[in-house]
Design a protein. Structure first.
Length: 611
């Protein structure tokens, strides 16, 4: 017990120290967890339990796939079928072919080389999805395609697990190591029927058993029972998939998709999310701690060369597919660099390949090192992507931008969900706009509905001038990318000191930066909608429509004035928590806001009492 507590303390302490430091210097949380694991590996006595701990930590990946499934309705999954079969299937087949050829060239038997190709074709769902979410890239074209490929890889686990034993027929006899599996010793048709039965069980249980189960535990009126049921669903499905030799992550993802339309979806999300984050972090730590540094130090250059070579071969396939599926500029590089690593399921496949006699211990050990090192290098690949992405912002996208053949008094840069509403309001009020956006899919959607718009990077000076920057009256900056929005405001202000610039801001700090860059009006993207929601709350609590509106108007006016004043005190070189003048004035302004709102609500209550 004491040893377990010491192990837990060390793991948590390493994470608490390494992750905030790595995040603060721009390396991301994943690399922080990996660094923490590497540090633990060098502590005497702490590497022995890593393998057992890793099996436990892999439930973080399982829970993440379950949550992803909850966000993806079956219809959306069907709509992705072309990417799943085309993009994902070609990635797997192409990577297997190139890696297998390289393995044969290095002297491996073709069966072992083929198995290595299968193993390295998998990518890390845990690292990629976590990093995409942290960097806000999940909704980009490259991010959506990366998710489709990861999902294809999870689905491909079914035929892969069926294929590996066939390779063992000629490569060597399997070991007699016992495992808890229902498919051991069954003929091929029996394995197939059992697999289909397990998948059907998950689907039918999600459709017909979850609702009665939640209704039953609701009678207990105990909050922890909901958490227990959520964990039972995930762990139970994972165990069932393990019994039939399938990926637990695939099974829980399937269950999440089935429950995506359920009224219990948000309850399940809230109960699972905390466990997912903690276990994912633990998983990344175990990956770092599980690296065999003795074998690595015995031939460091050879192992590193093999790792980089495997990532390069995989990257070649990904880059070719990105071009084939018309990914442009930053999306192409996000797709290529983001998926070039091997994945966590590779650890399972290596163990299975060794158990079946497909790989010997020497080759298996090298492949394990390649998997771990490639995962360790992935956060660095995302940093490289950011450098490449910044270059594309400076030079413009690779695809030829549209020729802008019209100029109007209003230029709208960015036509996502924010810019669309601005554009509709302005155009339906009788004014003409020139719309520029770098998302070709969104441009095509607008054109289908009759809205003329132009493809191109709105931060490019030549496109801005073609759009009429010299004569425009208003520039609306509605870009998702905070850095790009800031650069656009700065450039436009330097060219046109008289131009009225309205900019979308992500948060308060972004407001201050845009203010310094020269924006006239700055709109926080959720500010007005949050105010409206607050007004509805006040109306429900008994205030009249007029009184709630007055409270909303008062908050709006005071908060905007406060933002302008605080912008003068904000210093980008000083962390906000260390800016004493800013903090002090912010507290004073918040007190003034409270006094003003209490005055509005107080008058309303006095009126109710008099009535």
């Amino acid at each position: 017990m004491d040893s377990f507590l010491l192990q837990s303390t060390i793991y948590l302490l390493a994470a608490v120290i390494a992750v905030p430091v790595a995040t603060r210097i721009g390396l991301g949380s994943v690399l922080g967890y990996l660094i923490a694991g590497i540090a633990i590996a060098f502590l005497p006595g702490f590497g022995a339990h890593t393998e057992q701990l890793q099996h436990f930590a892999e439930f973080g990946v399982v829970m993440m796939l379950f949550l992803i499934g909850l966000e993806l309705e079956p219809r959306a999954l069907w709509d992705m079928r072309h990417k799943l079969i085309g993009l994902g299937g070609l990635q797997i087949a192409g990577t297997i072919a190139l890696v297998a050829l390289a393995g044969v060239a290095l002297g491996l038997d073709w069966r072992a080389a083929f198995a290595v190709g299968i193993i390295l074709a998998m990518s890390s769902t845990a690292i990629v999805m976590q990093t995409l979410a942290e960097k806000g890239l999940t909704t980009t074209q490259g991010g959506r395609s990366a998710f489709a490929v990861l999902l294809s890889q999870d689905i491909a686990v079914i035929p892969i697990l069926a294929l590996l034993p066939l390779l063992a027929l000629a490569a060597g006899p399997p070991t007699d190591e016992a495992s808890m599996s229902l498919v051991v010793g069954l003929p091929a048709w029996g394995v197939t029927l059992l697999t289909i039965g397990a998948v059907a069980t998950v689907i039918l249980a999600g459709m017909f058993l979850i609702r009665p189960l939640f209704n039953f535990i609701h009678t207990a009126r105990l909050r922890e029972m909901y958490t227990a049921v959520a964990l039972m669903i995930v762990v139970g499905i994972a165990f069932l998939m393990t019994l039939v030799g399938l990926s637990p992550a695939l099974g829980t993802f399937l269950a999440g998709v089935v429950l995506a339309n359920s009224e219990f979806r948000h309850e399940l999300e809230a109960d699972i999310a905390p466990f997912k984050g903690l276990l994912l972090g633990l998983f990344f730590i175990t990956v770092g701690a599980g690296i065999d540094f003795a074998a690595l130090l015995a031939a460091p250059l050879a192992i590193l060369a093999l790792t980089l070579g495997a990532m390069l071969l995989k990257g070649v396939v990904l880059y070719f597919l990105a071009r084939l599926f018309h990914h442009k500029g930053r999306d192409r590089w996000l797709f290529t660099l983001g998926l070039a690593q091997a994945g966590e399921f590779g650890f399972v496949l290596v163990a299975l390949s060794k158990e079946q006699g497909v790989l010997n211990d020497g080759v298996g050990g090298v492949v394990l090192l390649i998997i771990a090192l490639s995962m360790l290098l992935t956060p660095l690949a995302f940093i490289l992507y950011e450098k490449i992405g910044a270059k594309f912002l400076e030079t413009g996208p690779e695809r030829q931008a549209d020729t802008i053949d019209q100029q109007h008094p209003i230029i709208i840069a960015g036509i996502g969900r924010f810019g669309q509403i601005v554009n509709r309001l302005v155009m339906n009020s009788g004014f003409q706009t020139t719309v520029i956006d770098s998302d070709l899919e969104m441009i095509n959607v607008l054109r289908a509905f009759g809205y003329k718009s132009f493809f191109g990077d709105p931060t490019r000076p030549d496109l801005l001038h073609s759009a009429g920057l010299a004569t425009a009256r208003v520039l609306v900056v509605a870009l998702d990318d905070k850095g790009a929005a800031l650069r656009l405001v700065s450039y436009a202000r330097s060219i046109r000191p008289d131009l009225h610039i309205i900019a979308r801001a992500y948060d308060r700090m972004h407001v201050f930066k845009l203010y310094r860059a020269g924006a006239n009006k700055i709109v926080r993207e959720v500010f007005d909608s949050s105010l409206r929601a607050g007004r509805y709350v006040l109306e429900h609590l008994g205030l009249t429509d007029f009184e709630a509106h007055e409270a909303e108007r008062t908050f709006y006016q005071i908060d905007r004035a406060a933002m302008q004043e605080l912008a003068q005190l904000w210093d980008p070189a000083v962390p906000i928590t260390e800016n004493a003048a800013y903090i002090e004035r912010s507290k004073e302004l918040n007190k003034e806001l409270e006094t003003a709102l209490l005055g509005v609500v107080g008058k309303a209550r006095e009126g109710e009492a008099a009535a």
